[in-house]
Design a protein around this ligand. Structure first.
Ligand code: CA
Length: 509
């Protein structure tokens, strides 16, 4: 088992794989000058004041004071570099075509009538126009699950798509397009099988027409609570419509489908300094295998790629893709700027405790989850991919969502992910109701702490006992088993479902 990890020859720091006391000779001739907490950095050379601190082969920051060889380097000791410019980023200069061969090329999914990506689950999704209906709908859904769902064994679940949007908002503000598009696209999620059911209030700003289109505003699909006779009338109307929809959904069957019908989302949260060593590179390896086999993989989180955006640009397949990437970064820079912050607002206390000194270090680890394959498309938050069915254009997609776990999740759902793979170092029980979420942790201690929350540990990559390819292949197979309904990740087994925080950069009225 190894005691430290140095990532590239250029690095002048390494991270310890376990808590290591002051005085330890960590490598021949190098004795630690401080107690170094697990995953934290120590200096491999003397670093002068303003000297570069290099990990992943990139400059994480500049030393505020001289740092001695063997000393601990934490978040208080470096100055953040200026983030890279997004103007004239070279594109197409790092197009990798030799991807690891996928051991499986098909999965068992639910084909959808609209020809979009396949479903991984068979769920009745009940859409809402506005938060006001949530109380009534939740009561109805409880009863549907108890009294009606058991009659339809081929349906996995009934999910209320509750959210905080819909009224009391500046519905015509330019940036209202983000939350509106998110809710429109979630209503079309592949796991909902094309069965549309909407519960509206009747006086909201986000009208039924706006949510699902004029053509879908029919009594077959829509219940307006203000038109129902009292509480009993509301509950009865919702339950009756749900039963009609469940009857149709119950006819759905899994079939063997090519991986080109699968869209997988990748996200990380509660990251530590091992995330970029073990969990995210393993996810990247699985992503490469998925892309090799024809699947589409999506990664996101703007503030967590911003400092490595030039590494993404060089993987873009066209100038148009590069331009959209740059536009998305500019939009987000301006969004943060309007709030008087910048990307340095991102790392959390837990990230820092886990050895991540700043957003540059976090970004380099975060990008590792995208693997190495070319980037064929860039999406705005909650947009759907346009390349499905175009064989030459499938592959890796970057969707420019916020990094917040609770906000990225719904954005990726809106984009149509069949499942999400979620990497963590510190641990989070986060999950989504509409699509399974697989948890991958970066270190063995996390798996020991939460053996029944974390599905796969990449910790053996840190200790040197497994390779990235081994854990990546294990994850690839688990992804396909979950997509096929053969296995359920823990979050799904326990029903750990977070509220959908819909990204709304527009004003509330
Ligand atoms: Ca996140």
């Amino acid at each position: 088992m190894r005691d430290y990890v140095k990532l590239t020859d250029r690095d002048n720091v390494a991270v310890v794989t376990h808590d290591t006391p002051k005085g330890t000779e960590i490598m021949p001739g190098l004795t630690l000058l401080d107690d170094i907490p697990q995953a934290h950095k120590f200096a491999l050379t003397d670093i002068p004041k303003d000297g570069e601190i290099i990990r992943y082969g990139v400059v994480l920051g500049y030393a505020l004071d001289p740092i001695k060889r063997g000393a601990w380097i934490n978040e208080h000791m470096l100055r953040l570099p200026v983030s890279p410019s997004v103007d004239n980023m070279p594109w197409g200069t790092n197009i990798v075509t030799s991807l690891p061969e996928a051991p499986r090329k098909t999965f068992m999914g639910y084909r959808n009538p609209d020809g979009f990506y396949a479903g991984t689950r068979n769920i009745l999704g009940i859409q809402t126009t506005v938060q006001c209906v949530q109380g009534v709908l939740n009561v109805a859904v409880e009863r549907i699950k108890r009294e009606i769902l058991p009659k339809y064994p081929n349906v996995d679940d009934v999910v209320a798509v509750n959210h905080a949007y819909g009224c009391g908002v500046a519905i015509n503000a330019p940036f209202a397009k983000f939350p509106i598009r998110a809710l429109q696209n979630i209503a079309r999620h592949p796991n909902f099988g094309g069965q549309l059911m909407v519960v509206a209030l009747g006086c909201e700003k986000l009208t039924v027409e706006r949510l699902v289109g004029e053509e879908n505003n029919t009594p077959d699909n829509v219940i307006v609570l203000q038109e129902c006779k009292g509480y009993e009338g509301m509950i009865t109307a919702i339950m009756d419509m749900a039963e009609r929809k469940l009857k149709v959904l119950d006819q759905r069957r899994r079939e063997e489908l090519p991986l080109s019908d699968l869209l997988v989302g990748m996200q990380c949260g509660g990251s530590d300094a091992f995330s970029g060593v073990s969990a995210n590179p393993s996810a990247g390896y699985a992503a490469d295998m998925l892309v090799q086999a024809g699947a589409t993989v999506m990664f996101s989180e703007v503030t967590e790629v911003r400092d490595g955006v030039h590494f993404i640009a060089e993987r873009c397949v066209s100038e148009d893709v590069r331009n959209k990437l740059a536009d998305e970064m500019r939009w987000y820079d301006a969004y943060l700027d309007a709030g008087n912050v910048d990307r340095s607002a991102n790392p959390t206390p837990g990230n820092k405790k886990g050895g991540l000194s700043n957003i540059v270090e976090k970004a380099m680890g975060s990008i590792a989850k995208s693997g190495t394959s070319p980037i064929v498309e860039v999406l705005s938050p909650a947009e759907r991919p346009t390349k499905h069915g175009m064989v030459a254009k499938r592959g890796l997609i970057y969707a420019a969502t916020p990094a917040s776990d609770m906000v990225c999740g719904p954005c990726q759902l809106a984009s149509g992910i069949g499942l999400q793979v979620f990497m963590t170092g510190r641990g989070t029980p986060y999950g989504l109701a509409a699509a399974p979420v697989i948890k991958v942790c970066s270190r063995n201690e996390m798996k020991e702490q939460w053996p029944d929350v974390i599905d796969i540990s990449a910790g053996a990559v840190v200790t040197g006992e497994k390779t990235i390819a081994e854990v990546g292949t294990e994850l690839f197979n688990f992804i396909l088993d979950v997509a096929s309904g053969v296995k359920k990740p823990y979050t799904e087994q326990y029903g750990l479902h977070n509220f959908l925080c819909i990204f709304n950069p527009a004003p509330i009225t």
